[in-house]
Design a protein around this ligand. Sequence first.
Ligand SMILES: NC(=O)c1ccc[n+]([C@@H]2O[C@H](COP(=O)([O-])OP(=O)(O)OC[C@H]3O[C@@H](n4cnc5c(N)ncnc54)[C@H](OP(=O)(O)O)[C@@H]3O)[C@@H](O)[C@H]2O)c1
Length: 275
Amino acid sequence: MILVTGATGNVGRNIVDELLKSGEQVRAIARDPAKCALPGEVEVLAADLSRPETLAAALRGVERLYLWPVFGQLQGAVDAIAQAGVQHVVMLSSEAVTYAAEEPHIACEKAVVESGMSWTFLRPSAFMSNDLLWIPQIAKDGVVHGVYGSSAMAPIHERDIAAVAVKSLLAAESGVIHSITGPQSLSPQERVRMIGAALGIPTRFQEVPRERVREQMVKYLSGYVADQILDRRRETQGEVAPVLPTVDVVTGRPAYTYAEWITHHEAELRPVPQL
Ligand SMILES: NC(=O)c1ccc[n+]([C@@H]2O[C@H](COP(=O)([O-])OP(=O)(O)OC[C@H]3O[C@@H](n4cnc5c(N)ncnc54)[C@H](OP(=O)(O)O)[C@@H]3O)[C@@H](O)[C@H]2O)c1
């Protein structure tokens, strides 16, 4: 039995589908199972990773587990997972642990390592799915606001992170860290242009003061970590971002391009005509 946490999220939802395709028995947790639309073959139980006392039923008989990292609240869940006898944990982390001190995934990785369980860490670059946050701006006037618009990254499709996660769950090889990027170095300016071209609508990137972006980031991260991430983006303006072969090597197929990601999300990205 494989337990998928974060199963309603961008990555976890795709992990569920891939595991079912591989013929695995899948259980998932959600804080409100009534609200999630997971396939009927999946056993969905109500549980909350920040409340370890809710996890017992979900952990019964589980051999391998995909772990969604709850910032600052994961230790109790990791203790419960280890006590339940889970043999291998694949945890979603972030490439940011490699350059941002005190980045919250660092503590999540430490908790899993210290648990003594066998583990794999996934350290993806920025998700392509972050760009779904642009939908209201694309719908309004096609102008996407942000900072350091020429700072490139190699964003990764959520399906590719899921594919690497599934291979890692099935291999259950301990102590492996997969740094994962998408197949192209692309700046926000380029991605906004690509969305416009694909949808046949005018779009452009508009620089805004760094402080405006930082205000959004500190809802999820400390000011110290947000500053390190923004500093890195400032320093990498105009540079080509590194592209890693991980998806190809681990899954045996190429990583999805940004153009493919737009196609997969065209229905969400396309502005609804106003009557
Ligand atoms: N965005 C990026 O560029 C980026 C880059 C590197 C790493 N990451 C990592 O990826 C994460 C986002 O992953 P995602 O996009 O797949 O998820 P997501 O779409 O943001 O969805 C969040 C998932 O986590 C679950 N969840 C949240 N709090 C929970 C809790 N207390 N107990 C149990 N489940 C909980 C939610 O489940 P329910 O609501 O159904 O309970 C949902 O399934 C980030 O938080 C970060 O750790 C992101």
